[in-house]
Design a protein around this ligand. Structure first.
Ligand code: ADP
Ligand code: ZN
Ligand code: ZN
Length: 843
């Protein structure tokens, strides 16, 4: 109805029949929000931050988030009606919406892309979404009260593995059926279908309980005692069970039973007697599925008592928080930062807010989660990429409902629906993996967390043994507070670091393949002393490339400008950029010779050779290839922790945060490629990596050593690493950054132009660079240039770097100019198919 008509015909008596519209965020890369009309009967039901179902385009029906409700009909199109309301309370909070808008602006992407990355798939429904029975729900046995419609759905699912939403609609012959699906999800009768069944693997524990009739029937238990009297060992088991499960006090306790391991791990009980009782039918063995987020019924452990240094650090942090929003804790490896965090989290929870604890990688979480779980029990939520979508949705809802007050998680946890944060902890803040490269939003979780904390009035503590130059600079200029811990916890010493010149060793013919004599001897010594060793090599696979001895042929990826890596375990050549793989050829496809040789080395080769050289050692490898499965990290770490493995070989994954008591030697096999990487952050990275990996050595009591193999021991970075001299690294780096115009003095945006035709890509980049120069000034635009890897996935790449002075730049205006330039470029007929990606603050 237009305003004019409204004026002529005054509204009908029903005063509340206002025509309302909702702007919604669809999980798609659309430049603008779409406006839908709210049917009158839903006027009270549609809420900002809640999901509604709409039709988008011709046929597609999908869920989206309401961003705003107003009375303005869109001018350009006839608004369609919202079809259904999914949530009666918002699932995206107000501060979250603000943050998402900031992310879209700052990282130059659409709100739809942010929402798409933010919401677990299980919360993004569309007509193509499918449902299946909850793996833990058995319709025959578990009597959940269901409505007639819900029963219909369950019945259909018992006969079909999965149903699409459209099929559910047809089944119920109803348009508005989403509420039934939602209700069934809440009742844990169904889940959103998961493609990979492996993802949803409920944890099962073996339990035992007394067979039913001993408990139900009067006098049976006494009779059992009499029967077992001649078998004292079996009687012991029974008594022990009754002690743990006082059935005589409460019959129902028997139903839950006892974890079998409680009995089997008791050294005073005989394992065979336990099994005999099961065989006899006295004890009944059963499997129980335990929650993915075990509720810790055990009394919570108190956190460890802080040492004097830790107390002092904590007091300093709390003191600084009185004046500053952000504090950096610079504490050497093993100084006990985690316990300081735990104490601060407790402190924050006491005053009622939520806490987010960010970690760069899941590899780390296993150990720290256990530590936090002991203190915070069922208040702790865990969020990481190895979780299934349904598990993630569970965490999401748990934060909304108040079940989880502390969340520990990786990068993507900044998307979670916090609304009352009082503390954010960013551990290992220097880590590059806080940055998402692809796809959009290309955000840095560290900066985003800072904005999120700011929006919710929370304090932020960043922690690192090797802070990023940018963060340290913020402390030096007084914007952030700085607290230092210079000593390791307890008596632990920082390790000794020895450099081995592999160039000399080669000349002396003293290298055993990639191992120097010093390193091998040191490893053997540790093994004899039953101590453990970590070996770091910054490359996975067996060899980064192979080459023909006769004609020098090197196999390259068909789609990328890189050589193929050799993976021995499956005899494959593989591209680490696009995943292309082929079988390792037997002889050279170019000249036919059978002299293909592998060049260089990766973790797989280190593992392989070590197993040959030290046949008695248990060697395990931790890299991308060995940690694909959901629980493989935990397994590898657990094996190492319990001493089942002696040597852990790995990529970056082994460098971070892991804390093993028994590791007394760390070896870095090839330091040179890390230092000589062509990037302005190469030295900072190298320092961080060497110090971090060295930090794994010699934790409790035992002094540790580190052996670094290099062809250039005089490289100044080593002196800084050996002396643990962060100050001199910082001073050197910050001076260079100032001189050559890099962050923190400049803000950078990397613009990548991509096209399947090399010439088109180059031409487009030239035109774009020219336009950007006109808009932003000559000083601000560098390039275009061809990046080191100039083709990925069949697209030829060109890069333009934009540098904007940190002070006195209108960043928003500059980004608007960039967006306009990209938009204009794509209008040109020659460059229609060109892709342009802007990466803000690339790392
Ligand atoms: P960081 O994170 O600073 O590298 P951690 O927090 O991992 O250091 O602590 C190093 C070691 O010291 C760990 O094994 C930890 O259990 C131990 N530790 C730290 N603080 C305490 C404490 N207050 N009481 C007992 N042990 C502690
Ligand atoms: Zn050849
Ligand atoms: Zn490739």
């Amino acid at each position: 109805m237009s305003e004019l008509l409204n004026f002529n015909y005054p509204p009908e008596p029903a005063v509340d029949r206002v025509t309302l519209f909702a702007d919604v965020i669809l999980p798609l890369p659309l430049p603008k929000l779409y406006t839908y009309r709210i049917p009158f009967e839903m006027n009270d039901e549609v809420l900002v931050g809640a999901r509604v179902i709409v039709q988008f385009g011709g046929k597609r029906v999908l869920s989206c988030i309401v961003a705003d409700i107003h009375e303005n009909a869109p001018a350009e199109y006839q608004a369609k009606y919202i079809l259904d309301v999914l949530d009666d309370t918002p699932i995206v909070t107000a501060p979250q919406l603000k943050l998402f808008k900031w992310m879209a602006d700052y990282y130059m992407c659409t709100l739809g892309e942010v929402i798409n990355a933010a919401l677990p798939s299980a919360l993004k429904l569309s007509s193509e979404s499918r449902i299946q029975l909850h793996p833990q729900y058995n319709p025959e046995e578990d009597k959940i009260p269901l409505s007639a419609q819900e029963e219909k759905i369950i019945f259909a699912l018992q006969n079909n593995q999965a149903l699409t939403f459209t099929e559910v609609g047809t089944l119920l012959q109803a348009k508005s059926y989403h509420k039934f699906i939602k209700s069934l999800i809440q009742k844990e009768a169904i889940i959103i279908f998961e493609q990979v069944s492996d993802k949803f693997s409920p944890k099962v524990v073996k339990k035992v309980r007394l067979s039913e009739h001993f408990v139900q029937e009067e006098g049976m238990l006494e009779e059992l005692f009499n029967q077992l009297a001649p078998q004292p060992k079996q009687l012991d088991v029974l008594l022990n069970y009754l002690q743990k499960v006082p059935v005589h006090q409460d019959l129902h306790l028997n139903y839950k039973g006892l974890e079998k391991s409680v009995l089997t791990s008791n050294p005073h009980l005989s394992a065979s007697s336990i099994n005999t009782l099961i065989k006899k039918g006295v004890l009944e063995q059963f499997d129980q599925v335990v929650s993915r987020f075990p509720v810790d019924h055990e009394p919570r452990q108190l956190p460890m008592a802080l040492s004097e240094h830790q107390l002092q650090a904590k007091d300093e942090i709390l003191g600084l928080f009185k004046e500053k929003e952000i504090v950096l804790l610079h504490g050497v490896t093993g100084s006990g930062k985690t316990e300081v965090y735990i104490d601060l989290i407790k402190h924050a929870l006491e005053s009622g807010g939520q806490v987010l604890y960010l970690l760069p990688e899941i590899a780390l979480t296993a150990q720290i989660v256990t530590r936090l779980m002991k203190v915070f029990g069922d208040k702790l939520g865990v969020y990481h990429s190895k979780f299934s979508d349904n598990e993630r949705a569970e965490v999401w809802q748990g934060i909304l409902s108040g079940r989880f007050q502390v969340v520990i998680g990786v990068r993507s946890s900044i998307f979670l629906p916090f609304h009352d944060l009082s503390l954010v902890i960013i551990d290992e803040e220097h880590e590059a993996s806080y940055k998402q490269y692809d796809p959009a939003p290309r955000y840095n979780a560290r900066e985003t967390a800072l904005v999120m904390a700011n929006l919710q009035g929370a304090k932020t503590l960043l922690g690192s043994a090797t802070p990023s130059i940018e963060s340290y600079y913020n402390c030096k200029t007084g914007r952030w507070g700085l607290v230092s811990m210079t000593k390791r916890f307890g008596e632990a010493q920082l390790p000794d670091i020895e450099l081995v010149n592999t160039r000399d060793e080669q000349r002396r013919k003293a290298m055993h393949s990639h191992f120097s004599g010093q390193l091998l001897t040191a490893i053997e010594e540790r093994l004899q002393r039953e101590e453990q060793v970590i070996l770091f090599q910054n490359r996975r696979g067996y060899a980064p490339f192979i080459s023909c001895d006769e004609c020098s042929w090197i196999p390259k990826c068909k789609h990328c400008a890189v050589s193929l890596s050799y993976h021995k375990f499956n005899n494959e050549l593989r591209c680490h950029y696009c995943g292309y793989h082929e079988r390792m050829p037997h002889d050279c496809p170019a000249c036919g010779a059978t002299t293909l040789k592998s060049m260089g080395f990766g973790t797989e080769k280190v593992e392989d050779e070590l197993k040959l050289m030290l046949p008695n050692a248990e060697v395990q490898r931790m890299d991308l290839d060995t940690t694909k499965k959901k629980n493989s990290y935990q397994q590898i770490i657990a094996d190492f922790e319990t001493g089942r493995t002696n040597v852990l070989v790995g990529t970056q994954m082994v460098t971070k945060g892991l804390d093993f008591e028994n590791v007394s030697l760390v070896g870095i096999l090839n330091a040179d490629t890390i230092i000589n990487f062509p990037d302005f952050r190469a030295h900072e990275r190298a320092y961080q990596l060497f110090v971090q990996v060295s930090g794994r050595a010699g934790r409790k009591g035992k002094p540790g050593s580190v052996i670094i193999q290099t062809r250039d021991p005089l490289q100044p970075i080593f002196r800084k690493v050996r002396n643990n001299d962060y100050q001199s690294l910082y001073e050197h780096e910050i001076e260079e950054r100032m001189r050559f115009g890099y962050p923190p003095f400049m803000r950078m945006i990397r613009v990548t132009v991509k096209h399947a035709d090399e010439q088109v890509s180059e031409n487009a980049a030239i035109v774009l660079a020219k336009d950007l120069t006109d808009r932003l000034g000559k000083q601000q635009v560098l390039g275009p240039e061809v990046p080191y890897i100039f083709k990925i996935r069949n697209l030829f790449l060109q890069e333009i770097h934009i540098k904007l002075p940190r002070e006195n730049t209108n960043l928003k205006a500059a980004k608007a100019q960039l967006a306009q330039a990209i938009f204009n470029l794509k209008l040109l007929p020659d460059f229609k198919g060109v892709k342009v990606v802007a990466d803000v603050d690339p790392v």
